[in-house]
Design a protein around this ligand. Structure first.
Ligand code: ADP
Ligand code: MG
Length: 357
């Protein structure tokens, strides 16, 4: 039989491992405790917040204040779904909020489940399914095109030997067009090389990208590096990661230069993010690499399909840059996502640093 002390330790540990943020307040609405998820969400510590009024964490509108007091006075719980709360620093969050009285002293437990995260996970799952379906289709189609192409090319070469040289221009067309089609199909099939991961400093790669972009942009665009120097080396394939960051960085540059944005800025930023879920795995620590530009943003009709192959808005574009970037990031068990509005387009790339066992 576990002792009462062991039971309460197990309970405390359980509460700390929940992904829902929990804030415990007394009847005077002073904070008694926060679990780890709440500390992460509000970026504060229990120690810092102990016995501080709830208003130092959340800006309570009159309605929420009323609901909390009612819940405390009458020992009744309530739930607000899909509701907006505002942090003391003004930052707004969409959440599901459940308030439950927990003892006779009218203390309350506030359970806060941020919805952006849930929405992101659902969206991510949907996108992955769609991408798997489309990449299967493309792979099958590519093989169906590639197989007869070899035959067509070979037959044209044989024919060429038999033909009068004055007719070679026609066989040359068949051969060169077959080669062009094979190249396209190869690019559609995506990177064939196995990922070779090694411990590597991501900032070294970003420096190289910055140099390349600077050389291409001249003085037209300002490039800003905003690195977290405390990041450890990551287990990555440096060549593949260079390709990813270059594809994304070049898009940002093209968005600024081709639209003649006069005060164009590209920001290359790295940060460590705690407790981040990619697919079904909750990582204790991930590295987030962001490439942000202040161009016009991604066209509305493109937004949904931006990572699909052959989706492009540029006359010279192949529409393969982002689809290749995404498949390379998936090979690193990472995630690439995009948030774009007029004047602010941000691609975030998340790479796991440590995995929760
Ligand atoms: N930073 C950005 N700003 C605006 N549009 C972008 C940005 N990045 C990508 N896009 C849009 O996404 C499309 C697809 O990009 P990509 O897959 O790299 O193919 P490509 O660059 O060959 O068109 C681009 O044509 C462009 O319209
Ligand atoms: Mg591109």
């Amino acid at each position: 039989m576990p002792s009462p002390q062991q039971t309460s330790q197990a309970l405390a540990s359980l509460v700390n491992h929940l992904t829902t943020a929990i804030v415990l307040v007394n009847a005077r609405m002073d904070i008694i405790a926060l679990n780890l998820a709440a500390e992460n969400l509000f970026r504060v510590s229990t120690h810092q917040m102990h016995m501080e009024p709830i208003g130092t964490l959340l800006l309570l509108d009159p309605q929420l204040k009323q609901q909390l007091l009612h819940s405390s006075n009458y020992q009744q719980s309530f739930t607000s779904r899909d509701t907006e709360i505002q942090q003391a620093n003004g930052h707004k969050l969409w959440v599901d909020l459940t308030v439950t009285p927990v003892d006779e002293q009218s203390s309350l437990a506030l359970e806060i489940q941020p919805l952006a995260r849930m929405k992101r996970l659902t969206q991510e799952a949907r996108m992955t399914t769609q991408q798997q379906a489309s990449s299967n289709l493309i792979r099958n189609l590519a093989h169906e095109i590639k197989n007869p192409l070899g035959g067509i090319r070979g037959a044209a070469q044989l024919l060429q030997r038999e033909l009068n040289p004055s007719l070679h221009e026609f066989t040359d067309i068949i051969i060169s067009e077959s080669d062009r089609l094979r190249d396209l199909v190869d690019r559609l099939l995506g990177p064939q090389r196995q990922t070779q991961k090694q411990a590597y400093n991501i900032h070294q790669i970003l420096d190289k990208i910055e140099q390349l972009l600077r050389a291409e942009a001249g003085s037209q665009v300002q490039l800003i590096r905003d690195y977290d120097p405390s990041l450890p080396e990551l287990l990555i394939d440096a060549n593949q990661m260079t390709q990813v960051l270059l594809n994304v960085g070049r898009n940002a540059l093209q968005a600024l230069v081709e639209n003649q944005i006069s005060d164009g800025i590209i920001r290359l930023k790295t940060r460590a993010v705690r407790r981040f879920t990619i697919g079904n795995v909750c990582h204790r620590l991930v590295c987030c690499i962001s490439i942000t530009d202040n161009g016009h943003g991604i066209a509305a009709d493109l937004k949904e399909g931006i990572f699909f192959p052959l989706v492009t808005h540029r006359a010279q574009g192949s529409g393969l840059g982002l689809s290749i970037a995404q498949s390379l990031i998936q090979q690193h068990q990472g995630l690439i996502e995009c948030d774009s509005q007029k004047g602010h387009t941000c691609f975030n790339i998340y790479l796991p640093m440590e995995t929760l066992s």
